[in-house]
Design a protein around this ligand. Structure first.
Ligand code: 13P
Length: 258
């Protein structure tokens, strides 16, 4: 179907002790076959990054942080940096999640600086974008989402952006059990790819992996992942148990095989 490797990422948000994180990562890693054709990434809380890295040792599963600052070091109390994430073994980092934009004052300008800093350290940014319910109902979905994508990639060319992943997560679908219809997700993903193509060139835009996030569950993953521009999923609640997350990984493997 597509030459893009599917990617299934688990966002554990503010959940799991070190021991719980280690056990969950081990259970998931035991299921993931090297060469399955689907990439799998886990995003634990920062205090569990090192333990999860150890639990994933020798497996094909990647490690993601949930946020970063843009500077490497300095007087930035409470922050983590791309250099330290690399030191902890992260290959990925979520950026601009709606919870950070809503509750922690994250701005488009800050998101852009973080994306650039991660790319400079060869950490793959998983850039999160998405509209609120009010914005959707006002017909502003594409304005909002394409605006966020444009702001986060401003001044960076296709070469610099090469590994970027974009996750479309409608805010009204996060943690609500209300998923976007597969065709609606496809419409937004198609528009994101089209906009990236206009901004940065078609060949890179065609290679960018676009994930859908927002109440992805075992029973809706196949339908979402059967859409041409839905290259994977960013999973919250269902990534907190191996029993729920593994069937979603299997849906990613089926997409790779289709
Ligand atoms: P849920 O899967 O719990 O809706 O969360 C989605 C999300 O925010 C992933 O980043």
């Amino acid at each position: 179907m597509s030459t893009r490797t599917p990617l299934i990422a688990g966002n554990w948000k503010l959940h799991n002790t070190v021991a719980e994180s280690r056990a969950l990562a081990g259970a998931i890693a035991a299921h993931v076959r090297d060469g399955s054709g689907c990439d799998v990434v886990l995003g634990p809380v920062a205090t569990s990054l090192t333990a999860v890295k150890q639990a994933l040792d020798g497996s094909a599963v990647g490690l993601s942080a949930q946020n970063t600052h843009w500077e490497d070091s300095g007087a930035w109390t409470g922050e983590l940096s791309p250099a330290l994430l690399l030191d902890a073994g992260c290959g990925y980092c979520f950026i601009g999640h709606s919870e950070r934009r809503q509750f922690f004052g994250e701005t488009d300008a800050g998101v852009r600086k973080k994306v650039a800093a991660l790319l400079a350290h060869e950490i793959v940014p998983i850039l999160c974008v998405g509209e609120s319910l009010e914005q959707r109902e006002a017909g502003q979905t594409l304005d909002v989402v394409l605006g966020q994508v444009e702001a986060a990639t401003e001044g960076l060319d296709a070469g610099a952006l090469a590994p970027l992943v974009v996750a479309y997560e409608p805010i009204w679908a996060i943690g609500t059990g209300r998923t976007a219809k597969a065709e609606d997700a496809q419409d937004v993903h198609g528009a994101i790819r089209g906009h990236l193509s206009e901004l940065k060139g078609k060949s890179w835009a065609d290679s960018v992996r676009l994930l859908y996030g927002g109440s992805v569950k075992p029973n809706n993953a196949d339908e979402l992942l059967s859409q041409p521009d839905v290259d994977g999923a960013l999973v919250g609640g269902a990534s907190l148990s191996a029993d729920n997350f593994i069937p979603i990984i299997d849906a990613g493997v089926r997409r790779a095989e289709s």
